[in-house]
Write a protein that binds this ligand. Structure first.
Ligand code: 5MY
Ligand code: ADP
Length: 300
């Protein structure tokens, strides 16, 4: 039987399967089909998944931060060019109805030794124009489910890639706020910060677990790799039933290299910087909760 594949509804960055272009597809059974790009990138990413998924020295609690890999399959490509090999991955958002998602590219550089002069120039230009160099990470794209409007809010790609330090900070606040989505004049209230970023199952605790692994792992260098953050705020609104189902996953391994016994300081440094930003959002929202509580106690 021919599998019916469709363009992912919730993709926030990267190559997109529209206007006759090559991009990922999904099925109804929770699988994400990422086409192997014609050059070395596709081969490299598939090679990484093969190596990583069978690597017994990587602990299980770290494996869960990566999409499950089901090998490669020949499927009809989105650009109409016929059957092409695709990596068959777990679709990390398939279990959500209205997921809020952010893609954050980690590292203070996206280039790496021995790339072509042309590729180096392309990377360094983007790294300097975004917060990659200044912060060690950049927001690549995101969408937020807006409950008031019952629809997604999504900033334009060129706006996101224009963020400086304050823009990145604001995006991380907006991502967990229930107000101020389309309206840039009001300050984000960070209403979901403690449910999404905080708590023992939250984003911060997952990032800290990943960081502990990156402090010692020397197997791979994750160049140009992204952290995907996902949550669903319906579960927050029905509090008590479920938590926010906040998840961290690493994606995009097209530029992963052998670690050769050396710490991935580019990724680790960026991850530490990203963690600090998440902590700052959490702390400022905790202070706000306390101020609100004082207001109530004082009868304000
Ligand atoms: O094509 P572009 O300009 O959108 O660049 C892609 C990047 O988009 P960006 O503009 O940074 O949001 C894109 O970044 P995101 O995944 O969107 O963060 C990748 O860097 C992609 O390269 P590769 O597949 O990882 O080798 C980049 O693709 P290539 O240009 O290297 O094919
Ligand atoms: N396994 C996955 N499950 C669900 N969505 C994914 C998965 N992998 C990637 N995506 C989505 O696709 C986007 C681009 O993925 P990425 O691997 O970076 O592609 P590219 O190599 O084209 O940059 C991510 O930002 C995310 O929205």
């Amino acid at each position: 039987m021919v599998k019916m594949l469709k363009v992912p509804e919730h993709q926030v960055a990267g190559h997109i399967a529209r206007d006759g272009k090559l991009g990922p597809l999904v099925d109804d059974e929770g699988r994400f089909f990422k086409p192997l790009q014609g050059d070395a990138r596709g081969e490299n990413e598939a090679k990484f998944y093969e190596s990583f998924s069978s690597n017994k020295t990587v602990p299980d609690h770290i494996h869960r931060y990566f999409p499950v890999y089901h090998g490669t399959e020949l499927v009809e490509a989105s650009d109409g060019s016929g059957k092409l090999p695709h990596m068959v991955l777990e679709d990390v958002v398939s279990g959500y109805s209205n997921p809020s998602i952010m893609d954050v590219k980690i590292g203070s550089r996206t280039w790496y030794p021995d790339v072509s002069e042309e590729y180096f120039k392309k990377c360094i230009k983007k790294d300097r124009a975004t917060t990659t160099v200044s912060l060690g990470f950049r927001v690549s794209g995101f969408k937020i489910f807006d409950h008031q409007e019952s629809s997604f809010w999504r900033p334009e790609k060129k706006v996101v890639l224009g963020y400086k330090v304050d823009g990145a900070r604001l995006a991380l606040r907006k991502f967990v706020s229930s107000n101020s989505l389309a309206d840039s004049s009001s300050a984000p209230n960070c209403a979901f910060a403690s449910d999404v970023y905080g708590g023992s199952n939250g984003i911060l605790s997952q990032l800290l677990e990943l960081k502990a692994w990156f402090e010692t792992q020397t197997l791979y260098h994750f160049n140009s790799c992204s952290i995907l953050m996902v949550y669903e705020d319906e579960s927050i609104l029905m509090k008590g039933k479920e938590d926010a189902r906040a998840q961290v996953k690493l994606v995009d391994f097209a530029h992963v290299l052998d670690g050769n016994g050396v710490i991935d300081h580019n990724f680790l440094g960026g991850l530490c910087s990203f963690i600090k930003f998440i902590k700052d959002v959490l702390e400022s929202s905790d202070n706000r909760d306390e101020t609100d509580a004082c207001g109530i106690e004082n009868g304000k």
